[in-house]
Write a protein that binds this ligand. Structure first.
Ligand SMILES: NC(=O)c1ccc[n+]([C@@H]2O[C@H](COP(=O)([O-])OP(=O)(O)OC[C@H]3O[C@@H](n4cnc5c(N)ncnc54)[C@H](O)[C@@H]3O)[C@@H](O)[C@H]2O)c1
Length: 343
């Protein structure tokens, strides 16, 4: 059993902790945080299913003040871990890296850190082998993770020459107030970082894209125009996406009208917090433009990077023979692809 510590128990950290706890070959040492938040209060009310460590003395005092029992300080937790999943606020991971280096610990960082925090910019499907044995990996951001899943799926089927994307980006997570109460779209400088990141992970594909921030919280939406090397029909694309364990196909006629229907469906399934690990592609959006294939993806931003982060643990710690076995094990432990049996 490999011992995994999650540092930063926020939106992503809470979900990473749950994902690690579900793996049959990993043990969650506990979680670390630096401040009292609703997530920490919820952990207490749930009866402390995970050991909580304080990032520093100040945090330990703050936890004690609300009656949360801290199991110790972060340095105590680091002694017990084989690897750290750092899900702290963007930029803190780079500072924490020095501590991990001093302890000789491997770590996986999330998308908000700069790329140079890690030796490998990682995606479980597209470049698993590069992560094998690496000390510091950085996960692609939520949009990039989902985008690469879909593009990699098509790339394996017919080879992809180039893609052009448009991202409608949710501006905040549910419960966030720090972006204000907005009703506006905000346009970013092109090309979007997700397109540039895709080329870093899949250098054989030329990519560009536009991003617009939208005042919604339940998921991003990406449209992709992909130029295949070998012709692909709409039906063949649907078949390839359907076979993928981290892609769920949805249809308008079944009631999946948009991001809110998908969030509601996840809640109806009883998924914790209404989380989905899988991206969703609307069958109805898959069309041809000349030789190009166009489609629309829903990205559940809070949970989409969890499976690929667990793949990163597998790669860094040499836990599986190859990428295919690694992603299959992560998928099995997280129940991914189980919906395919219902068809
Ligand atoms: N929220 C998303 O949709 C999303 C999606 C993909 C990737 N990410 C990335 O994941 C990372 C975490 O984002 P988030 O949305 O979970 O942030 P968050 O603000 O919800 O959580 C960050 C947590 O880290 C804690 N923290 C801060 N400093 C710390 C320290 N020194 N030691 C321990 N804990 C500390 C904070 O108290 C907080 O609980 C970022 O890099 C972000 O870019 C976020």
């Amino acid at each position: 059993m490999k011992k995994v510590l999650v540092v930063g128990y926020g939106t992503i950290g809470q979900r990473l902790a749950d994902g690690v706890a579900q793996q049959d070959d990993m043990e969650l040492v506990g979680v670390v945080d630096a401040a009292v938040s609703l997530g920490i209060r919820a952990l207490k009310e749930k009866g402390m299913p995970y050991q909580l460590y304080a990032a520093n003395e100040e945090a330990r005092k703050a936890f004690a003040e609300i009656g949360v029992p801290a199991a110790g300080l972060m340095e105590d937790a680091l002694e017990k871990a084989d690897i750290v999943l750092d899900a702290t606020s963007a930029g803190i991971g780079a500072q924490n890296k020095k501590i991990y280096q001093e302890k000789g610990l491997k770590a996986v960082f999330q998308g908000g850190e700069k790329n140079d925090v890690a030796d490998v910019f990682f995606h479980g499907y597209a470049n698993y082998e590069k992560g094998v044995g690496a000390d510091f990996l950085k996960l692609t951001s939520c949009n990039t993770t989902g985008l690469i899943r879909a593009v990699d799926c098509l790339n394996r089927k017919c080879g992809i020459e180039k893609v052009a994307i448009t991202i409608v980006r949710r501006v905040a997570d549910p419960g966030d107030y720090h972006r204000g109460l907005t009703n506006a779209l905000q346009v970013d400088q092109a090309p979007s970082h997700q397109a540039v990141d895709l080329m870093t992970i899949m250098p054989e594909i030329e990519a560009t894209g536009i991003l617009v921030h939208a005042p919604v919280t339940h998921g991003h939406f990406i449209t992709v125009v992909a130029t295949p090397k070998k012709d692909i029909t709409v039906e063949e694309a649907i078949e390839a996406f359907r076979e993928h364990d981290r892609i769920r196909m949805v249809r308008l006629e079944d009631g999946f009208k948009g991001n809110a229907s998908i969030f509601k469906y996840a809640r109806d399934l009883g998924r914790p917090r209404g989380d989905l690990y899988e991206i969703c592609i609307w069958e109805n959006t898959i069309v041809k433009s000349g030789r190009d294939l166009m489609f629309g993806i829903h990205i559940p931003q809070e949970s989409v990077t969890i499976p690929e982060t667990i793949d990163a643990v597998r790669a860094a710690l040499h836990m599986d023979k190859n990428g295919e076995e690694a992603v299959a094990r992560t998928n099995k432990n997280l129940g991914l692809g189980a919906w395919k049996e219902q068809r």
